[in-house]
Design a protein around this ligand. Structure first.
Ligand code: F6P
Length: 394
């Protein structure tokens, strides 16, 4: 792996190992950071440890890199098929070392890039919670990690003229550049994996009943009714035994209020409200009921009926214009959850239709009619090996 910290390398490494193992390919990850933490613990947390002029730091990191390379080489000599060296490997010098040390192996460099500021911030915030930063305030941990990244940036030479590499936009699973000059074993499988949006278990839930739902009103920021709270509590019980590390919601009260009881019954669970999952903005029709729209703005009502997917509310959105932001929310959620076994999204009717259609092919004209009840949820599995959609009562 190649790339600056917080670019999704370890997540990709872990998922790649799982995928290869399914095909009985014997694969192991050699993670330099883990080894560093195991042998030196907290005293390598300071950003100055990563300063390129800090001789002791450089030496220790070189020693760790060589230890892992040595272990990887022995693993491959003893029947292993694929060794993943999970480290930044951002300098030319380091990559030279890998090549000379592993000169009898086929080497593929997978460079992960992602400069999306918002995602980086969120993933750095998440890193700041790691045990490595225990003892620092959240703000100090974030600063410290950012300084560490700067030091890595100062020695970073992106992949350019080297043999056998792929440059991957790790947020969008898109290959930006691909230079394969030799025969890389399992490359077809690896490539396909890299471009697959994979999610092991996604629980897609619609918020519980709101006061606006009772009146058939759209948009707004209404709260859950007591029935809606009961639905959220029932969901919480249903998911109690599953480990849900992240619940992504919109910024609206109704989705957060649905997520809170679920979070309470989990050992460790973070609610991450994302604007991208806000319900369709119905512009001039916000907070109106469908009956009011038909009576007061028949032109809006009938034009939407005519072509619901492409219709854009005056001053608001349509399904067609929501697509980009919802897709972006999905990418964010998948990236931030780092390959977790289970993730949950609590969204809204239109948003959940868009999320479902991201994973499940539907003609666009049918998307605005996908069934999104409040007393059932969708369980989605989408990996290179399995696609599953199940509507389940709770
Ligand atoms: O339940 C109401 C709601 O979530 C509204 O806020 C939103 O405008 C609507 O559903 C979306 O559904 P449709 O596109 O079928 O009007």
């Amino acid at each position: 792996m190649v790339g600056l910290p917080a670019r999704g390398k370890s997540t990709i490494a872990r998922k790649l190992r799982e995928n290869l193992s399914r095909d009985h390919i014997i694969c192991r990850i050699f993670n330099n950071g883990q080894l560093r933490r195991r042998i030196r613990g907290q005293d390598t947390t300071s950003p100055e440890f990563y300063h390129p002029d800090n001789k002791a730091g450089v030496q220790l990191r070189e020693r760790i890199a060589l230890t892992n390379l040595d272990r990887a080489r022995r693993f491959l000599e003893n029947g292993g098929h694929v060794a993943i060296i999970d480290a930044t490997n951002v300098s030319l010098k380091r990559r030279e070392k890998i090549r000379s040390f592993m000169d009898r192996c086929d080497i593929l460099f997978i460079e992960c890039v992602n400069d999306d500021e918002e995602i980086l911030e969120a993933s750095i915030r998440h890193k700041a919670n790691l045990p490595e930063f225990r003892g620092l305030s959240a703000q100090m941990a974030i600063e410290s990690f950012k300084r560490r990244i700067q030091y890595y940036k100062s020695i970073y030479t992106p992949m350019e003229n080297e043999d056998n590499f792929v440059k991957l936009d790790s947020l969008n699973n898109r290959i930006l550049r691909e230079e394969i000059s030799g025969e890389i074993p399992y490359y077809d499988l690896i490539r396909d994996f890299l471009v697959t949006d994979s999610v092991k278990n996604l629980y897609l839930i619609r918020h519980g009943e709101t006061y606006f739902n009772l009146e058939n009103r759209i948009g707004g920021d209404s709260s859950l009714t007591s029935n809606g709270v009961k639905q959220a509590e029932a969901l919480a019980k249903y998911f109690k035994k599953k480990n849900i590390p992240f619940i992504f919601t919109s910024k609206k009260k109704r989705t957060i209020q649905t997520a809170e009881p679920i979070q309470r019954l989990q050992a460790s669970c973070t609610i991450v409200p994302l604007e991208e999952f806000n319900e369709i903005d119905s512009g001039v029709c916000e907070c109106m009921s469908y009956e009011e729209i038909r009576a007061q703005m028949p032109e809006v009502y009938y034009a939407r009926k005519q072509d619901k997917y492409n219709y854009v509310y005056p001053g608001g959105e349509g399904y067609v214009t929501m697509k980009e932001r919802v897709d972006r929310g999905i990418k964010k959620a998948l990236f931030l959850s780092g390959g977790a076994e289970n993730i949950m999204i609590v969204g809204h009717r239109a948003v959940n239709r868009m999320i479902l259609s991201h994973f499940l092919y539907r003609r666009t004209e049918d998307v605005p009619y996908i069934y999104i009840p409040q007393d059932k949820f969708y369980h989605i599995v989408a990996t290179q090996y399995k696609k599953l959609f199940q509507l389940k009562p709770y």
